[in-house]
Write a protein that binds this ligand. Sequence first.
Ligand SMILES: C[S@@+](CC[C@H](N)C(=O)[O-])C[C@H]1O[C@@H](n2cnc3c(N)ncnc32)[C@H](O)[C@@H]1O
Length: 290
Amino acid sequence: MSPFRADVLTLFPEMFPGPLGHSLAGKALGEGRWQLRVTDIRNFAIDRHRSVDDAPFGGGAGMVLRPDVVDRAVAAVADGRPLIYLTPRGEPFTQKMARELAAGDGMILLCGRYEGVDQRVIEAWRMREVSIGDYVLSGGEPAAMVVLDAVIRLLPGVVGKEESTAEESFSQGPLLEYPHYTRPALWQGRAVPQVLLSGNHAAIAAWRREQAEAITRTRRPDLWALYLRERQEAEKGAEAGARAEPHLEETQNPERNPEESQKTAETRRPLSPPESSREGSVIVKAVGTA
Ligand SMILES: C[S@@+](CC[C@H](N)C(=O)[O-])C[C@H]1O[C@@H](n2cnc3c(N)ncnc32)[C@H](O)[C@@H]1O
């Protein structure tokens, strides 16, 4: 399987890989699980001053990245992978989006600067506009690093079993994670919750679930409402499924009903993409040329 290919379009290519060259992401980059190609938008400037921006029509402070320059930079790397423009006006980046992106073969991230990018080139390329939060950064580069980090750690083999992503926040629906404890069992007069020392796996799982629910309910009422809605829908779905379930013999005996048996097997497949290994060469930095 080929590696996950990430392209970043930026006016500051020297910022990359930055933090992504360290720890999990850096190790995965070295192992060829993902590739990073960084393109300097300025290399696609048209005039001899290599200008990439101009004053906004209609007046106002700041400068805007020119559509013709950005268009040439995007055209140099576009190949059907998701094309994302990082902007505070975009749809919120979520764990769900990270999972979707990690299941693909790569992505292209456009980093804005100044007041942003001319709207026409965003529309012409049908870019997905994505925000990492309700605040304004001075450039898209830290946002691109956030998106890349969240996606890369979901690629097969990047996070080892000991740091599994299966139980962390957002992995089981819109719930925040339960609290963690390690040795010593008693620290500065604070004891670890007794249930965690009990060895009773069912009781521990139930405690963790309660904690995750309580933390989500108090800290993030928006996620809590979503969780309740999803749970209600799942319960309704399960009830409807139970009512519609045909007689066991009909679905389990392929000779009696081969078509139905095939359909049932398909619907029972996991929703997430199959785990697979990715390998390939590493391009840490390949700055584009005009
Ligand atoms: C100073 S900001 C521009 C802000 C823009 N004028 C606005 O008010 O929406 C410059 C660049 O930083 C990036 N940026 C800033 N905040 C961001 C956020 N919350 N999420 C993603 N990208 C962001 C975008 O690429 C943006 O083009």
